[in-house]
Every structure is written in C-alpha cells, then in structure tokens.
Design a protein. Sequence first.
Lengths: 333, 277
Amino acid sequence: MGAAEPLIEVKDLKVHFHTEDGVARAVDGVDFAIAPERTLGVVGESGCGKSVTARAVMGLIDAPGRIVQGEILLRRQSQVVDISKLDPRGREIRGIRGNEIAMIFQEPMTSLNPVFKIGDQIVEAILLHDRIGRREARERAVDLLAAVGIPLPRQRFEQFPHQLSGGMRQRAMIAMAMSCNPRLLIADEPTTALDVTIQAQVMDLMNALRRDFNTAIMFITHDLGVIAGMADDVVVMYLGRIVESAPVREIFHHPKHPYTRGLMGSIPSLADWGARRLTAIEGVVPSPFAERQGCGFAPRCPHAMEICRTRDPGLEDVAPGHAAACFLHRAAP
Amino acid sequence: MDFFRRYKRDKVGIVFGALLVLLYAVALTAHWITPADPMAVNLREVFSPPSSAHWLGTDQFGRDVLSRVILATQVTVRVTSAACLFAVLTGVPIGMFVGYRGGWVEAIAMRLTDMLLIFPIIMLAIVIVVVAGPTETGVVVALGLAQAPTFIRIARGVTLAAKEELYVEAAIAAGSGWPHILVRHIWPNISTPIIVQATLTLPVFVLNASALSYLGLGVQPPTPEWGQMLNEAKDHLITSPYLIVGPAAALVVFVLSANLVGDVVQETLNPKLKKRK
C-alpha cells in the first residue's frame, strides 16, 4: 500500500450475530486499510463476511448483529472518527453516510425506490448533505446522470426506476452514490446482477469516476475476474477472517494461501481451454457457529499439517506488502 | 388517471359510487336544498303522513322529516369524515413509527393497541363520549380513537414489510434519518392499503355514529342525526310508522354504497384480488 495515510483503517474487527442457534462469528478479526484514491478488492465466497464487513464500515449492523470488538477509523481533515463506536441512529454517522462514505448494492432492481423519479432520488441524496437550492441540486443531478454515461440525462431524470434497464439503474445508483463526492465508495457486488457486457461498462465507469472524483473504492465481489480489472490491492476472506492480502499483481502471480490458490484454480482460462480440468476446492464452508480451532481452512486444505488443526496461523508477511495466514510459508515455527 | 379508468369497468362501482357522490353532494348543499326549515316547529301539523307538501311526513313537533334527513346527511358526513381523518392521522403515524423503530417501543405500543382492540368499539366510544361529553367533537374523538388501533396495526404491518426493502437500506446508507425515510420512502409505498382500509372503515364510522346518537350519546337534539331520528321515531312506531322510513333508508343507502365502493376501490388498487372471484 502507498505511503499515504490511510483513509480508513479497520483494526481487529469482530462482528458477531447472537442468534437462538448460537453465536455466528460473521466477521472474526479483520484488519485492513484503504489509502485515498486506491481500490481495495475484497474477495471470498458467500458467507465469508465480506458484506458484513462493508456494512460495519457504514455503521449498518442491525440486531442481532453487534460489533463486539475492533475499531473502524475514518480519517477526516483534522480528526479520526471510530465508526464502530458511533450510535448507528445518531446524527454523526448520518453525516458520514452518503457524504463521506457512500454505498452501492448488488441489486439495482430493488435499491431504487419504485415510486420516485430517478432524478428526484438523486436530488434527495444531494439535499441530504448539501445546503443548496432545489434548482441547483437538479442541475447537479442531471450532470451526474451524464457523468455516469446515461444518455439523454434530462429525459431520464423524469423517468421511474421500472422504465430503466438493470445497467441503467446501476448507473443511476452510482450517480446517487457519487452525488456528494464521497471519499470512499463501498461497492457490494455491484456487477453481480448484471450481464457481462454491462459488467464491463460499469467497471470502466467506476474506474473513470475514481480518477475524476478522487474516490477510494472498497470493491466486494466473488468474481476474481472483476477484481483483476478493478483493484489495486486485494484481501481474500474466508470464514470471517482475512487469509491473504497483497497488491493485485502479486496475488494473481504468486498466490500463497492454499485457499487463494484454490480460487485461482477454479477460474476457467481461454489459454488452456479443454486441456485442463477446473479444480474445485473440496468440502464446504464450515458453519460460522462452530468453535474455531486452528486454521479455519484446514479441514478443506490439501496441504493441511498437524499444526494447522491446533494452532491459528494469524496473518503474517510472506513478502513485502504481501501477507498470508498459513503455516506453509513460515520458517520453522 | 389510471385509477378512474379501471374503476369505471366495474358496474357496481359506478352505480354505488354515483349514489355515494350524490349523498356527499346532498350533504354539501344541505342548507340550500331542504324543502322546508328542518328546525321549524309547527304544532298544528304534528304527525302528518307523507303528502305532496311533506314527502316523508312530519314528526312529533311538526318538523319536515325530509328536510331533517337531508340536514342529518350533512351532520353524518361531517362527523364521520372528521372521525375517519382523526383515526388515520393518529393511527398511521404511530403504526409507522413503532413498526420502523421496532424493539421495546414497538412491543409496548402493540400490546397497548391489542388491549384497546379487545373492547367492543361501541363500548369504547361510549366511555370516551362520557369523558369528552356528548358533543359533535366528542363523537369525532370517540369514533376516531376507537378505530385508531385498526390503523396502527395496519400501518405497522405494511411498514414492517416496507422497511426490509433494499431501497430503504440504500436510503439509510445515503445518510437519511428516520423521519425522512418514513415520509419520503415508506409512506408512498404503503399508502394503498391504508387508503383501502380507510374506505372500508367509513361505513363502520357511519354505523357507529348513528348507534351513538341512537343511544343519546351522539349529536344532541335539535340537530338531526339519523340514529337520533330513529330513536325518536321508535316511540311512535305504531301510530306513525312512516317516520322511520327516511332516516333508515338514508342510513342503509349510505352504508351499503360506502361498503361496496370500498370493495371496488380495493379491487381497483389491487387487481390481483379481482381474479379470485
């Protein structure tokens, strides 16, 4: 990561859900930082805690979930705020949401209110944080619609969500998220519900916006191809923890953790099409209710050793800027 | 207007909608269309049967019954509209707030609502009228408060469903506070069932208003009200049975039309219901 002061720093974050079936450790000790104007890709399969992490950063954890430990430090001009300590209904977090940290969701079909015109929803978002006139906000909304590549922005302004295609709606959502020029944009699987050509367009758009608006992005996905196209740095999550973290080139060329390698092995490749069977990772993700002992991935790991079942490896550097939570890459313990 | 275009397809809706509109028109113009002064006592003409001069006859004070029924329409419409508005304006905000807020606030509010719901509405209204006094305002408050729990429950139910929508979460993520979310995001998406409930409850208000004044707890004489006119007419049922015709017919027509119009409004706003028939 760059030398710049991180914009946001998450330290040992634990989010647990206290349910009748027990305690689900959805996020169980996660550390990462995002520098200004960088893109952090968060990869992992369903249920690994990546969305819960994002929600925690927005202060959107609802009962029965609770942040039981850790800090989420947002660096502002003069001071540092710990989001995890703010009242989730309070005034302070509302001034951060949408204004400093904005979020876009997986389902563009349902994340826009069906009874409001697209434009009015963007105007609302602007007026929530900026004290400007309605007319001025309208102009800015039209500009934003144009900036996210929506043709005929003035006409689209007057349309309702059901009149727009999925890709257009996701663009409108992005316009809404960018309306207050946030310093961090959290994108929770923004391309998953879109078809591939639209996916590529939306990714290009987000890359362009990052340059134009100087926004850092936390990009959550289970699609490694998307990560390769978007991220500067990558963290791989498994069972509520980060198992590997590295710059994007490093992680694709020298994956260290067996889980990351497993994910890479399950990407189809055009180069050796038909010559190679896709490798699957054996087994299933263990229940988050289970008490953890040793490395969480050990039961599925082809290289699991004795030590893996008893001791927790913890995230340690294996190369400069590259950390992995695996005993395979340690000097003799 | 899409609503009226679809509403018009229903013949029952047209006929009874027209009747209801007629009743409201009568109510609005009551002061000008009464054939005689509804309050004028004429002791030389007591208990005269229907004639060309008095279409529905005259009562024990010689007052023109038709004129009194017309004025009573106005009183009923005024009282029930105000009571309905009162119930909606108290019940819906409470229901939306507790539904959205959840937690112990919701639990307590809903248990209190349940407690109010176990009383028969008329009994609750009687208690409130006794406290607030048998005036028009008292009746409005009584009927409104007696029906408010229904609206609390409905508003809470639909709010519970609406607050799980992703656009609500997106609004929270954009930094909206709860008043903004309730008014701008949830209300427009839940207004339909509440409008339907309000139209379906209107006839209940009319019946209860009449029942209260029949019991002498509603609008006080000499102001005419259907229930109170029926109460007076029952004393002379053997000798002058025609006295009962006007107020009874008006009551039946109003309640029937309001009921049927409510049904058609519901079907119009929710076309899926229609197919089930």
